[in-house]
Ligand binder design. Structure first.
Ligand SMILES: [Mg+2]
Length: 126
């Protein structure tokens, strides 16, 4: 079905699309990245978790090659980090969590650990 918009509605739709495409905020990125999401809904979480681990492995592969060759390809690493970000974003979307909330929670956790002097060490609940 084709929908026709009034000129005012077209402007509003265009503004919404520009907002969605904004990469300046976590949530703007999250909204925009959703526009390129193609995977089976029946196994979305599993698909995205596997994709996340796969892309993290690609980051590790670039680091490994840098160690071997003695030169960094920062652009290639950034490309893979972008792929990691996409999977993190989509996983958050599927779990109905804003990327900005994840970023905030993570920084609060790390700040709390820093204040308690437990940034080093191990354990999820330290
Ligand atoms: Mg990749």
């Amino acid at each position: 079905m084709i929908e026709y918009y009034t000129p005012e509605q077209e402007i509003e739709v265009q503004q919404d699309m520009e907002e969605l495409a904004s990469y300046e905020t976590f949530d703007g990125y999250q909204n925009a990245s959703e526009l390129t999401a193609i995977y089976p809904e029946s196994c979305a979480i599993e698909y995205l978790a596997l994709g996340l681990v796969s892309e993290a492995g690609e980051v590790a592969g670039k680091v490994k090659k840098a160690l071997r060759d003695g030169t960094w390809n920062s652009e290639a690493v950034a490309d893979e980090l972008g792929d990691v970000l996409w999977y993190v974003s989509q996983l958050a979307t599927e779990l109905d969590i804003y990327l900005s909330d994840i970023a905030k929670m993570n920084l609060e956790k790390l700040q709390d650990r820093k204040e308690r002097g437990v940034l080093g060490g191990s354990g999820d609940k330290r």
